[in-house]
Design a protein around this ligand. Structure first.
Ligand code: HEM
Length: 404
């Protein structure tokens, strides 16, 4: 059997859990391979995935970046060209410029103290020494709370926004309107339309204000709504998946957790390493705008292409011992978990900050993380991830407690 025949990216269960052996075989045999069954190309080596990301003029996003969007089967840009993830320059540049100022390092740093207080409060509320579902109680809680807080969503709306985010459908991008009442009540669109109107009238220090006014001012209401939704939908689930996957890895590698206790300066590196191993978004898709030769293969114009970030993140040609957790891995920053180039994750600085503070707190307050049962993996809205992570936060002896 050829390696490509074992790759079934159109079947969600294929990624449960990560099919490392199949992807390694594909990298060895055919790092750029045509899959006749799905009429798509699969790119699996670090070098080829990086090449594709560096050439968004060839590997375009506007025809869809997911299997679901491929099925929309439109001739023009999917979602009417308003959903940033699935747009190309010059439209993409314009949309990104409207949200990016909110996600630059200095702004994120200024938010750090408020975020730390939130994370400390969330951890204070956890029962030490008992089995708890760390996916729900830590990862999901912190992911939605931090994304919403940073955007400027009031705290009392967070559970509701979380619920709507998990049932939001790309079909909603067909909705169009110029005023608040053009959008159905009880939807994320209506909710954000109201908030944006409020921020335009009374600016605050948040990302919603940046989208409502500033560089976002010239965008249509529909485009602004898509930006807000892009941020919560693109941010919430991957962040939760990244955290629970990382906590699981640390619980299974007590030596790594202990090393971070002894050498907390390694925590930023550990964050990259955990996100490399987990790769919460295992692949994204593109369509070729012209013929392109990659690893000796000619991919014709108009081809649907899978870029396997997860495989690239475990490519033996780039990473020494890629399946090992090495919290001191010196080149962990090369990870492709946030993509690269024009569409690089806009929320990456926020993710790194949330994750760093969380690890600082856990390593300084608890003696260890221990598994308290079997994990459960769920298909998820966008990707498979841990849906249940039974964990024990082992209390530290009083002498060890040294909260930063
Ligand atoms: C661990 C958590 C996260 C991971 C692994 C992740 C991963 C990614 C990846 C791989 C892309 C590139 C998609 C592509 O190549 O087509 C991306 C784009 C994006 N991410 Fe994230 N993301 C995370 C969290 C967040 C958060 C918290 C936010 C917002 C608050 C966010 C907002 C976005 C947006 C808006 C884009 C689209 C950027 C563009 O198209 O120019 N992400 N993310």
């Amino acid at each position: 059997m050829r390696a490509i025949d074992a790759i079934k990216l159109d079947d969600p269960s294929f990624l449960l859990p990560s099919p490392h052996a199949e992807m390694a075989a594909l990298r060895r045999e055919a790092p750029v391979a045509y899959d006749a069954r799905t009429d798509a190309w699969v790119v699996s080596s670090y070098e080829s995935v990086s090449f594709a990301l560096r050439h968004p003029e060839i590997f375009v996003s506007g025809r869809g970046v997911s299997v679901q969007e491929r099925k929309l089967g439109t001739d023009g840009p999917v979602h009417g060209g308003d959903f940033m993830l699935a747009t190309d320059a010059p439209r993409h540049t314009e949309l990104r410029a409207a949200a990016q100022p909110g996600y630059v390092q200095p702004r994120i740093r200024a938010w750090e103290d408020r975020l730390r207080a939130r994370i400390v409060a969330a951890i204070d509320a956890l029962p030490a020494g008992e089995v708890l579902d760390a996916h729900t109680r830590i990862a999901k809680t912190l992911a939605i709370a931090s994304v919403c807080d940073y955007l400027g969503i009031p705290e009392h709306d967070v559970p509701w926004v979380d619920e709507l985010t998990s049932v939001w459908s790309p079909e909603h991008t067909q909705w169009s309107g110029v005023s608040v009442t053009d959008y159905p009540e009880g939807t994320l669109e209506r909710y954000f339309a109201v908030l944006l109107e409020e921020r335009a009238a009374a600016p605050a220090d948040d990302v919603l204000t940046i989208i409502a006014g500033g560089r976002g001012a010239s965008l249509s209401l529909r485009a602004k709504l898509m930006l807000c939704i892009d941020l919560v939908v693109a941010g919430n689930e991957p962040l939760a998946a990244g955290i629970s996957g990382g906590l699981h890895a640390l619980a299974e590698h007590p030596d790594a957790f202990a090393r971070l206790q002894r050498e907390p300066e390694l925590i930023p590196t550990a964050v990259n390493e955990l996100l490399r191993r987990v790769t919460p978004i295992p692949y994204m898709c593109r369509t070729t705008a012209s013929d392109v030769e990659l690893e000796g293969q000619l991919i014709p114009a108009g081809s649907f292409v899978y870029l396997l970030y997860s495989s690239a993140n475990h490519d033996e040609d780039v990473w020494g011992k890629p399946y090992e957790l090495d919290v001191a891995r010196s080149d962990a920053g090369k990870l492709l978990s946030f993509g690269r180039g024009a569409h690089t994750c806009i929320g990456a600085p926020l993710v790194r900050l949330v994750y760093r503070i969380l690890l600082e707190q856990l390593t300084s307050r608890f003696a260890a993380l221990e598994m308290g049962g079997d994990v459960r993996i769920v298909t998820g809205v966008h990707m498979p991830h841990l849906g249940f992570l039974p964990l024990v936060l082992v209390p530290a002896s009083p002498a060890h407690r040294d909260t930063p």
